[in-house]
Design a protein around this ligand. Sequence first.
Ligand code: HT7
Ligand code: ZN
Length: 844
Amino acid sequence: PTTIYLKDYTPFGYLVDSVHLTFDLADHATRVTSRIAFRPNPDATDRTFFLHGEDLTLIRAAIDGAEITPDVTETGLTAEVPNAPFIWEAIVEIDPGNNTALEGLYMSNGMYCTQCEAEGFRKITYYPDRPDVMSTFTVRINGDLPVLLSNGNPSGKGKGWAEWTDPWPKPAYLFALVAGDLIAHPGQFTTMSGRDVALNLWVRPGDEEKCAFGMEALKKSMKWDEDVYGREYDLDVFNIVAVDDFNMGAMENKGLNIFNSSAVLASPETSTDDNFERIEAIIAHEYFHNWTGNRITCRDWFQLCLKEGLTVFRDAEFTSDMRSAPVKRIHDAIDLRARQFPEDNGPLSHPVRPESFQEINNFYTATVYEKGAELIGMLKRLVGDEAYKQALDLYFDRHDGQACTIEDWLKVFEDTTGRDLTQFKRWYSQSGTPRVTVSEDWADGVYTLTLKQRTDPTPGQSEKLPQVIPVAVGLLSPNGDEVRPTEVLELTEAEQSFEFTGLAAKPVASILRDFSAPVILEHDHTDAERAFLLAHDTDPFNRWQAGRSLAQDTLLRMIKHDAAPGADYLDGMLTVLRDRDLDPAYRALMLGLPTQSELAAALFESGETPDPMAIWTAVETLRQATAQHVQDLLPRLLSETQIDAPFRPDAEQAGKRALGGTVLYLTSRLDGGIKAAEEYAAADNMTRQLTALSCLLRAGAGQAELTSFYNQWQHDRLVVDKWFALQVSTATPEATVDVTRALTQHADFNWKNPNRFRSVISALAMNHAGFHRPDGAGYELLADWLIRLDPVNPQTTARMCSAFQTWKRYDAERQGLMQAQLTRIAETPNLSRDTTEMVSRILG
Ligand code: HT7
Ligand code: ZN
């Protein structure tokens, strides 16, 4: 496979002035006729006329009306072209009905649909399929289907055809087409300058009742982007389409967003509170791309974080504004630690702006997205809110309509603030998670905080340089009062000391408040100090963090030394649960534990070999001890978390339900599921129903409810996904593999559908102790399914290989078993480029 390097970037030899496409739709023989106006690019030196193209049957090609015979290969074509403006015309035939990879033009339940990011447009027609080639598009669709959609504004319509014109130049990855028997849920938005925009959420018949929430989320997003970033929508229509077969969450095609139905369809009966929050965030994310991604796009795919990091950051700000800012920040830290830290500290480690790739689809990662967003957050913290706003205004003014780089992005901050961001730029090029170690000194009324940073070597990067780390710090007096409000220390050296004077007594430091940088903080606190911060920290993030660290230390002691659950943790949780002044959502988060995979990482980092079964046992034991310790409170909390009002998927009700769910779980550990069965019977929304069922299954009960749940919801594919996933995620370590295997035999296990495949197979990989069963049966089962899926859907297969990325953490036996499965995958004949790259990187 070819490796592409950032350093080799050169512009394309031609500019595209306009693209006209005609689609004659047919399931197995769609004809795509293109008419493209090219002219030589004055900024380019290489004039090779190469157009990407894959899986296309070329019927005809012509330049300025004269038929030609280009040189066609498996990846594209080359042709002799004039050294002057010219018109390229081609007719190709494609087979959407057999496109199971879900990239290019494909079919889902009889509906035509596209996915072009990153390099899918080349499966539709011959084109310079790279993000720095931008053009206006006019698209005519001929097809005997009621709804025919493409990007931009409608510009013509008749029986069996429709034409769309997108006036905004765009790269081909933002092209989209949808055709099918769809129903619109309409809406309307008036922009800040008074323009009316027609909104539509298009769904399959039967899904009409699940559109209202998504439509409201879209309107809120449009308003928020105007209010907070001054960004107005720029077309007459905005269409969203829900599709059942989709590799990722959603796609921001200009004016025609396409969504995985799981990321847009919602109703109280079928969606959990987590689903509602995720849907609101994804709708916002895709909408925000209209400016950060579409109006200003990426020069090349190495700059992916330019649009993704910024857009994730913007959607996080939106969620914080719509819901609870501390809860959102805690969720984001949990997510970063669970998904990005293992990536950053394992064989798949890569910089936020990678320097090479074989298959770009493999770089839509937590590092590019979530760590990329953290970099924006740090930049904002370092320059301040006002300068951030000015820099963003300058970014939009200066770069509208362009394909940009990280250098362009950082330059607007340098020009706005006068600050030199050379060192900050290391965050984009250096992979690995920095570790910040804290030591303290108290002498003569001066408190000295010494911070040291180090980043371990990562693949291809043995030497690491110090980074700019904003460390938000506050100081508490021994009686719990805040004696120094939050201040951002800038750690730029490998080791740096910061002095605080004028203090009456040695303070307790609250460090890395609000999770001010994506680093691992190593601060040796005693349980008592953590309990103190848990009780007194004024920073909600660090207050939660104190509880989380206390839980982690407790669990590690239980695992390593067979210790009993510590009183500091148990009493701390009792206090938290009792505290009615604390937001219920926050109380529920406080009771959460580190994941078993995180505990394995912590053990590995402290030089121990993690034993998944010992980790599972410790977690179970601590849960049981917590339930017993707080048992007197549980009945009252159960009744306090009941909601009498009609269902609302907002933060307030969701928080109450989250706390209620935690309390029900603890209760069911003590009563064997009696309360959970009552709750299941009374459930009037999916959050309650699924939580109750989960509690029952975890308590070893609930088989009748499991069956009745299926019977109730078997017609609803998104709920059936939950039914599959729940069984695997609640299975005991011994049963996980058998439960998974049995579910793959179920008539509804349509493994070619990515949502269904993930609901079972990803759930297996995420059940830590079950997946890591000592005989390797979990590894073998996962590998079997990856090998089976690869020829059908390489993208989804490759993403799921990351389940093996932590293989070197475990004992020699397990390492050998995982290595054997990785090798088996690698040696599979005709393995896709996607999976080949992932497996070889993981094997190292
Ligand atoms: N920008 C979108 C990425 C995406 C994607 C990438 C590769 C293959 C399939 C895909 N579907 C969507 C989604 C986003 O970040 O908004
Ligand atoms: Zn995105």
